[in-house]
Design a binder for this molecule. Structure first.
Ligand code: FES
Ligand SMILES: [Fe+2]
Length: 372
C-alpha cells in the first residue's frame, strides 16, 4: 500500500536529530515546543502518525446489514467502510476513479456505491460496475477499475481503519484490554450521545494532559474529590497506556468500582466504568486547533434511574472537560511563546506522557528512516 503514498512525510525544518532520540523515563524530556507550535508539524503528524496507525472510525452497530456504510476522514483523507453481500466489512478511499468524487457524503445504507459527482456505480466490494456515456472512451473497461482499498478491522463493537500500513494488527495493538475489563464487554453497550469540543491547542497537548493525574488537584477540584489521587496508577503496554483508579460510589455520578482509562496510540481514549463507556477521539485540525469527540455508551439508557445517572454523567464530564480545555489552551500559548523549549517529566506521575511521546518519536523515526 505504501507504493501509493508518495512519501511518509517531509521532516519539518525545526525537527532536530536530538528530538528523535529515545529517552528513558528517569531522564525523560518532553517533545520540543515546535512539535506543538510549528505549523509544519500538522502535515508531518498526519503522514507519520495518523496515516500509519489504526484509527477508530465508527461502530459495528452502524454497519451490520449488507450495504451499511460509514464515512470518515483519517489523516486528512476520505475513507468509507461498507458491509458486503458476503458479510465482510471492507474499507476504501471514498474517492471515485473518474474524477475523484465521493461515493458517499455520509453514513447510511445503499445497494451499491454511486459516485455523487457523475453517477458511476461500484459494487459493495469496490469494483466499478457501470460508467454511463463512456462507450466512446478507448481502452476503457469497467472491469479494470476498482476503488483503492484500505485496511479495516473490528474490535468490541468498534470499527477501525488504517489508510497506510500500520505495521501491526489491530488485535495486537489492543492486546490484553478485553481480558482486563472482563466481565465488562463493550459490545453490549448502547451508544447514547456524541458531544464535540473544539479547542485552540495542538492535538498532542490534549493527549499529554489526558495521560497524567498530576494536574488533578490543581485543575479539577471536583473530580479530585471522587478519585483517590494517591491510588492513581499508570501501566504501559506496547501501543497503549492504562490509568487505573478506584471510584468512590457514594458520591457523584459514578457507581463504585474500577475506573479504567485506556489511551490507545495515537488519539483514542476508552474511559471504562461499570456499565459505561466513554470514547474520546482527538482529531487534529491545524497545528494549534483540535477537535475532541466524546461518545457516551451505557448498558442501560431507558430506566428512570439510568436517565438521571446519564444526565449527571454528561454534566459532570462537561465540567471536567471545560477545565481541561481552559488549561490546554493556556499551555498551547506557552508552547508558542518562545519562552519554552522542552521540559522534564515526573517519573512518578508522568509515565503515560513519556510513553506517548516515545511512540510519537518512534513514528517520526519510522517515517524518516523506515526503521524504528
Ligand atoms: S467523479 Fe465519480 S463519477 Fe465522476
Ligand atoms: Fe484533566
Amino acid at each position: 500500500m505504501s507504493s501509493r503514498s508518495p512519501g511518509h512525510g517531509v521532516p519539518p525544518a525545526s525537527l532536530s536529530q536530538r528530538d528523535l532520540e529515545t529517552c528513558l523515563l528517569a531522564e525523560a524530556r518532553t517533545l520540543p515546543a515546535p512539535a506543538y507550535a510549528d505549523p509544519a508539524f500538522h502535515l508531518f503528524d498526519q503522514q507519520a502518525v495518523f496515516a500509519r496507525s489504526w484509527q477508530w472510525m465508527g461502530r459495528t452497530a452502524e454497519v451490520r446489514a449488507v450495504g451499511d456504510h460509514i464515512v470518515a476522514e483519517v489523516a486528512g483523507k476520505p475513507v468509507i467502510a461498507v458491509r458486503g453481500h458476503d458479510g465482510v466489512l471492507r474499507g476504501f478511499f471514498n474517492v471515485c476513479k473518474h474524477r475523484a468524487g465521493p461515493l458517499a457524503f455520509a453514513s447510511g445504507n445503499a445497494r451499491q456505491l454511486q459516485c455523487k459527482y457523475h453517477g458511476w456505480t461500484y459494487t459493495l466490494d469496490g469494483q466499478l460496475r457501470a460508467a454511463h456515456e463512456m462507450q466512446e472512451a478507448g481502452d476503457f473497461d469497467v472491469r479494470d477499475v476498482h476503488l483503492d482499498a484500505v485496511q479495516v478491522a473490528e474490535w468490541q463493537g468498534l470499527v477501525f481503519v488504517a489508510v497506510d500500513d500500520p505495521g501491526v494488527a489491530l488485535e495486537q495493538v489492543l492486546a490484553g484490554i478485553r481480558e482486563r475489563i472482563a466481565p465488562m464487554d463493550l459490545t453490549g453497550l448502547q451508544f447514547h450521545t456524541r458531544v464535540a469540543y473544539e479547542m485552540a491547542c495542538n492535538w498532542k497537548v490534549y493527549v499529554d494532559n489526558y495521560l497524567e493525574g498530576y494536574h488533578l488537584p490543581h485543575v479539577h477540584p471536583g473530580l479530585n474529590k471522587l478519585l483517590d489521587y494517591r491510588a492513581y496508577t499508570t501501566h504501559t503496554a506496547e501501543w497503549y497506556s492504562y490509568q487505573h483508579s478506584r471510584v468512590d460510589g457514594t458520591q457523584g455520578p459514578y457507581a463504585g468500582g474500577d475506573a479504567h482509562y485506556y489511551f490507545v496510540f495515537p488519539n483514542l481514549m476508552l474511559n471504562i466504568l461499570p456499565g459505561r463507556l466513554q470514547t474520546n477521539l482527538v482529531v487534529p485540525v491545524t497545528h494549534n486547533h483540535c477537535r475532541v469527540l466524546f461518545d457516551y455508551y451505557y448498558s442501560d439508557t431507558e430506566s428512570e434511574a439510568a436517565r438521571e445517572l446519564i444526565a449527571e454523567d454528561l454534566r459532570f464530564s462537561d465540567e471536567v472537560q471545560q477545565e481541561d480545555i481552559f488549561i490546554c489552551e493556556r499551555v498551547q500559548q506557552g508552547l508558542g511563546s518562545g519562552a519554552y523549549q522542552a521540559g522534564r517529566l515526573s517519573p512518578k506521575r508522568e509515565a503515560g506522557v513519556h510513553h506517548f511521546q516515545e511512540l510519537v518519536r518512534k513514528s517520526y523515526r519510522r517515517a524518516l528512516t523506515g526503521k524504528d
